[in-house]
Design a protein around this ligand. Structure first.
Ligand SMILES: Nc1ncnc2c1ncn2[C@@H]1O[C@H](COP(=O)(O)OP(=O)(O)OP(=O)(O)O)[C@@H](O)[C@H]1O
Length: 232
């Protein structure tokens, strides 16, 4: 029997205003081990879809299951938020502490780790991302690319079961993008990645879904299936 899906969205309709639907009976499944590229034109509703998965937006119709739990209310979503890590499109929405180490340690502390454990996790996460030495930097003084990586560190430090990454390569130079590509390829977690960066998606994603006219269309033969043992 195959492992149960991690995220199941069924028949989601969502609009910010009655005259302009964003999602129109969209359905979506994330299975364990999948790294799904979520693509589509500007304004198609990709970020909105990720926010619906986190309970940050509430659809007008449809059902949401996260980690086999039906999620409707804020209470339902708050119970799963530690297990689902969202990298916001704008790093400034993610980073709110004075220093890098405080921002990265915030998640582990919230999960119940003590100060020493949270610091150890944070130092290691920063080192994995090539950010050793950034611990005491003032967050708002970082460059855009540095903020992007620190924002990712705040997500990875919580070791979530699912990663929702909204344009993770924005602002990264080629070297850092390559490092991020290697890191995401090696991570065992299932993830949904919004990106307009085709070569990055080709290397990381195992499957592609595209938002078009409010609905999700599956498949793209050019995306490499990088799941071990399977070929595209
Ligand atoms: N808070 C809001 N209030 C009203 N309209 C909004 C709001 N947020 C987003 N929208 C609109 O909803 C639509 C979908 O936006 P969304 O950010 O989800 O698109 P996207 O596919 O992620 O776009 P991009 O690739 O440009 O980031 C757009 O037309 C956008 O202008």
């Amino acid at each position: 029997m195959s492992a149960p899906a991690l995220i199941v969205l069924r028949d989601i309709c969502f609009s910010f205003s009655p005259t302009k639907p964003v999602l129109n009976h969209a359905s979506f499944v994330l299975a364990p081990g999948e790294k799904i590229a979520l693509t589509g034109p500007n304004g198609a509703g990709k970020t909105t879809l990720l926010h619906i998965m986190m309970g940050l937006q509430t659809p007008q119709t449809g059902t949401i299951e996260i980690l086999q739990k039906t999620c409707k209310t804020e209470k339902d979503f708050s119970a799963i938020r530690g297990k689902v890590g969202l990298l916001f499109q704008d790093s400034d929405d993610q980073l709110f502490c004075p220093t890098v180490i405080e921002d990265v340690a915030f998640g582990p502390l919230n999960l119940g780790y003590n100060d020493a454990q949270a610091l150890e996790i944070s130092y290691k996460t920063l080192a994995d991302l090539g950010l050793s030495g950034f611990e005491n930097r003032i967050t708002h003084q970082l460059s855009g690319g540095e903020k992007r990586l620190v924002a990712l560190a705040t997500v990875l430090a919580m070791a979530p079961d699912i990663l929702l990454l909204d344009e993770p390569t924005n602002g990264l130079d080629q070297t850092v993008e390559s490092r991020l590509t290697d890191i995401l390829q090696a991570l065992p977690q299932a993830m949904v990645i919004i990106s307009h960066n085709r070569s990055f998606l080709d290397q990381v994603a195992t499957r592609k879904v595209t938002l078009h006219n409010g609905d999700l269309i599956s498949g793209d033969e050019t995306i490499k299936n990088t799941i071990a043992g399977k070929t595209s």
